[in-house]
Design a protein around this ligand. Structure first.
Ligand code: GLU
Length: 302
């Protein structure tokens, strides 16, 4: 007899932007999301976050897939790409607009920078076009009305998180002036389409969780659980990033790459495990996964 499927079976995902090869920090996010999914008996999906088509690179997509395969991080189902999903994004944008939760905006980045103050996730839009695009101006982008005065969630690693969306974030872009849908809107719809129940990713994305939950609530979507990981930094304390030239992860020595990431995640792999093959290391990691041992944010641990 088939085991009964629970309605909320775990679905995790890794969602790299194809702006360069995976580096040490992206491997940490890939590995932790993979292990967390497998330890829960769940599925692990892969999405290529190519919504920003101007920055997406084909060679980076190939490099990402090749590295994950070399490290034994095999994903379930087909890879999800964002580019073919634009009509879904647009449909949800129109749904928000009809509900009075989104509005067209004429402001340029420059105009906003001149008057806006900084908040939890960048500049806070001063609300210029909320009451309508000023006469003589034409709409460029679309914004979400982020008017709630409190939004809270519990991160599985960092604990209780809360802020005031109206004061700390403000109305954010959901479709850009160049017509591309913005990352927050795309990603909540993609995660919904994949049935994602658990998001495990770097703490640099923790502030993004608030606009994303605000959109989930406005669109009537379920909010997944979140676990944000410490961010890998270089020897000058800067976050590693695909776009600032961080060294690509070493896929020729999977043992070293995987065990270094496990050490970073506080999982203390036994000495000698680095000489094992990727499948054996991943088996060890799934059986011994202790998320409570992940170090606090901004400690490199390795
Ligand atoms: N595409 C994003 C990045 O590479 C990550 C998105 C996410 O995990 O939510 O930084």
């Amino acid at each position: 007899m088939m085991p009964a499927m629970t309605r909320n079976a775990y679905v995790g995902r890794f969602a790299p932007s194809p702006t360069g090869p995976l580096h040490r920090g992206s491997i940490v996010a890939a590995l932790a999301s993979y292990i967390d999914a497998r330890a829960a008996g769940g599925r692990w999906r892969l999405r290529i976050d190519d919504v920003d088509s101007g920055r997406a690179r084909k060679d980076a997509v190939t490099a990402i897939l090749t590295t994950l395969e070399a490290l034994g991080l095999h994903w379930d189902g087909p890879v999800q790409y964002q580019d073919p999903r634009r009509s879904d994004y647009e449909r949800s944008l129109q749904q928000l607009a009809r509900a009075g939760l989104a509005y067209p905006c004429a402001c340029t980045r420059r105009e906003i920078a001149d008057v806006a103050r900084h908040g939890a996730a960048g500049l806070i839009y001063p609300g210029t076009c909320r009451g309508g695009v000023p006469a003589g101006r034409s709409a460029r982008s679309w914004r979400f009305i982020n008017a709630a005065d409190c939004l809270a969630f519990t991160d599985r690693h960092a604990g209780a998180q809360s802020l005031n969306p109206a004061a700390d974030i403000g109305d954010f872009i959901i479709r850009r002036g160049d017509g591309l849908h913005a990352y927050h809107l795309a990603m909540v719809l993609d995660d919904q389409a994949l049935g994602v129940t658990d998001i495990v990713r770097g703490a640099d994305l923790l502030p993004a969780t608030f606009p994303q939950i605000a959109l989930q609530q406005a669109l009537g979507l379920a909010t997944p659980r979140y676990l944000h990981l410490p961010v890998a930094v270089d020897d000058r304390g800067r976050k590693l990033s695909k776009t600032n030239g961080a060294a690509p992860a070493d896929s020729h020595d999977p043992g070293k790459t995987l065990t270094e990431a496990l050490t970073f995640l506080g999982q203390s792999p036994p000495s000698g495990l680095a000489r094992a093959g990727a499948p054996e290391i991943l088996d060890w990691a799934v059986v011994h996964w202790r998320p409570e041992r992940i170090p606090p944010f901004y400690e490199t641990g390795a």
